[in-house]
Write a protein that binds this ligand. Structure first.
Ligand code: IMP
Ligand code: MG
Length: 180
């Protein structure tokens, strides 16, 4: 595959079949937990869009979807700790069973901020599913109900995750080694 860039510094960490298998398992678990209820999925753009698209097809529930965009990284490999809402939700979450869908939990600052913000809007319940988690990087402890994979502290791209807006289209999760 030619992406118009040097891909020799990408190493597959989680391949397509592992992603599919784990996403299906998460879907089954969430479906059991929310059986008979309406579930409102809040996807955090842009990184979580691929995960959401796959996960929701493993949720045979009465679901609705909304999107929120935040920025916590200013095109760098390191978090600034600052979280800004770039695009807010279209509809109210008051009284609804809300599941926040994230791509990766790194320092925890983004999800911590989002949970506090969404909590203040009085949902009936509020939980988080994240595809990836880097426990060794955590600054803020956040309670996450569903975790796909715990991974090492390396910077990863693919399956929605980017480095400077690139690599989101890779079908698997890869470790990105940057020569700077
Ligand atoms: P946190 O606030 O440090 O937990 O960072 C969460 C956000 O940073 C995620 O939603 C991602 O957008 C981004 N992020 C953190 N680690 C990585 C990574 O390894 N690759 C790509 N994006 C990352
Ligand atoms: Mg993100």
């Amino acid at each position: 595959m030619s992406l118009g860039m040097n891909v020799s510094h990408l190493k597959v960490l989680i391949d397509e079949s592992q992603l599919r298998q784990r996403t299906r398992e998460l879907g089954e678990q969430i479906s059991r937990d929310y059986e008979g209820r309406q579930l409102h999925l809040v996807c955090i753009l842009k990184g979580a869009c691929v995960f959401l698209a796959d996960l929701m097809r493993y949720l045979p529930l009465d679901i609705s979807v909304d999107f929120m965009a935040v920025s916590s990284y200013s095109n760098s490999l390191h978090t600034s700790g600052e979280v800004k809402i770039i695009k807010d939700l279209d509809s109210s979450i008051q009284g609804r069973d809300v599941l926040l869908v994230e791509d990766i939990l790194d320092t925890g600052l983004t999800v911590d901020y989002l949970l506090r913000t969404l909590h203040a809007r009085c949902p009936r319940s509020l939980r988080t599913v994240t595809l990836l988690s880097k426990p060794a990087r955590r600054i803020k402890f956040v309670e996450v109900a569903y975790v796909g994979f715990e991974i090492p502290s390396d910077f990863v791209v693919g399956y929605g995750l980017d480095y400077q807006e690139k690599y989101r289209n890779l079908p698997n999760i890869c470790i990105l080694k940057i020569n700077e």
